[in-house]
Every structure is written in structure tokens, then in C-alpha cells.
Ligand binder design. Structure first.
Ligand code: 0O2
Length: 209
């Protein structure tokens, strides 16, 4: 019987710390009055039931979770445009408060499900009263459209346990294509959108003066 509270404590600490750090990056762009490639950041520690399910599915022994399960701690960074993702990844590569151990590009190589996202796995040092503990954390970087699709597909997956009825499967594929096209269209009018957003931000600042 695992002591889950004790095991998950550094993961919870890492998620809280990284949420502050990654949201801080967004704040710095705002202060610079330049377009922020980060729209919003979320984080979670995987629920125990999901850890057990995944360990079971992948044949990971519970005493190997620290090294074998990369997404017990997970952060998500949402971007407006596909090109922002590259910028965010570069910002992560340039940081020196963690080390990148793996990158998975499901944007250039989308999954069969239609899933698109860029995953960066980091080794993050957590300071505890018993010394430093390094844990793996998965950061998923995606556009708002990719996130919309993944969130819906994830809930449906929960309902159908991966065995989608044919019509739902087909609709999900079409929705994935639509999300891809939406990202493409938005990229084409990126300049216009950013001008409008800069105008809106300036006006808001005037109203606050
Ligand atoms: P959660 O916490 O419920 O989101 P695998 O789990 O085998 O697909 P692996 O090796 O763990 O893959 O790494 P991967 O694929 O880089 O990361 C897994 C996580 O990516 C998943 O976590 C999802 O968050 C996301 N993901 C990957 N494929 C899909 C997909 O087809 N649809 C959706 N909606 N999300 C996906 P979990 O384990 O599902 O946990």
C-alpha cells in the first residue's frame, strides 16, 4: 500500500511552483506591452485513480512511477497562434530552473486520434526539508483550438473508454480537421488580430488612468 500523500507532495509543490513561474512569463510580456505567446496556463496533479489506470495499462510497477510516468505533474500552456508554440518552447529551452529531458511534437506528427499538441518533459528540482528531489513534469503546449478539441475528445474518451461509435469517431476526425483549419485561418490574419488586441489593451489602459 503506497503512501500517496507523501508520494504526491513534491508533484503538488512542483505544479504550484510552475504555475506561478509560467504565468509569470505571460505577465512579463504584458508589462513589455508586446504580444504574449501565452494565453493562459493551467496545471494539475494526476488523480490517483488515473495514475493506477495508466500504470496498469502500460505495465509500470508502482515503485517505478517516479522514472516511468512522465505526466503525474502536468502543466498546460495555451497559445493563440500555432507560431506562438515554437516561441514558448524556445522560452522553456532557455530557462535554467529545470532541464528538458524529452520533446514530443504531435503538431508536425499528429496522433491517429487527431490529437495535436507539443509536449515537453522536464526534470524539475523540488526543494524539500529532506533535500532536493527531482521529478518529471509534462508541459503540454497547444493553441486554443487544439485545446478545445482535446478537451472534448478527452471527455468523450472517458465515456466510451477509447471505443468510440463510428459516427462519433468520424465527427471527431472532422472536428480535428476543422480545428486545424481554424488555426491556419487565424495564422493568416494574425497581424490584424494583434493590431486589434493592442488597440483594445491601449484603450483599456486609458480608461484606467
Ligand atoms: P490526462 O491527465 O487525463 O490528460 P499515452 O498516454 O500512451 O498516449 P504517453 O507516453 O503517456 O502517451 O505520452 P503522451 O502521449 O505524450 O502524453 C499523454 C497525455 O497527452 C495524455 O494524458 C493527454 O493529456 C494527452 N494526450 C495524448 N494523446 C491524446 C489524445 O489522443 N487525446 C487527448 N484528448 N489527449 C491526448 P492522459 O494519460 O490521457 O492523462
Amino acid at each position: 500500500m503506497k503512501n500517496w500523500d507523501q508520494f504526491l507532495a513534491p508533484y503538488k509543490q512542483a505544479v504550484e511552483e510552475l504555475k506561478i513561474k509560467l504565468k509569470g512569463m505571460r505577465k512579463q510580456f504584458e508589462q513589455d506591452a508586446t504580444h504574449s505567446p501565452i494565453e493562459f496556463v493551467t496545471g494539475r496533479v494526476k488523480p490517483i485513480a488515473s495514475i493506477l489506470d495508466k500504470a496498469n495499462q502500460k505495465g509500470i510497477p508502482l515503485d517505478k512511477l517516479v522514472t516511468e510516468m512522465q505526466d503525474i505533474a502536468g502543466l498546460r500552456m495555451m497559445c493563440q497562434f500555432v507560431d506562438d508554440i515554437k516561441m514558448v518552447v524556445e522560452l522553456l529551452r532557455n530557462r535554467n530552473d529545470f532541464e528538458i529531458v524529452e520533446e514530443r511534437d504531435y503538431i508536425s506528427h499528429k496522433k491517429v486520434s487527431g490529437y495535436r499538441s507539443y509536449h515537453v518533459v522536464i526534470r524539475y528540482p523540488v526543494q524539500t526539508i529532506k533535500g532536493e528531489k527531482k521529478i518529471l513534469v509534462e508541459i503540454q503546449i497547444r493553441t486554443l483550438a487544439m485545446n478545445f478539441w482535446a478537451t472534448i475528445e478527452h471527455s468523450l474518451n472517458y465515456k466510451y473508454k477509447g471505443q468510440f461509435p463510428e459516427d462519433i469517431q468520424m465527427r471527431l476526425q472532422r472536428a480535428a480537421e476543422a480545428a486545424f483549419r481554424l488555426d491556419e485561418e487565424m495564422s493568416l490574419i494574425r497581424g490584424e488580430i494583434q493590431d486589434a488586441q493592442a488597440f483594445f489593451t491601449r484603450n483599456k489602459e486609458h480608461q484606467q488612468e
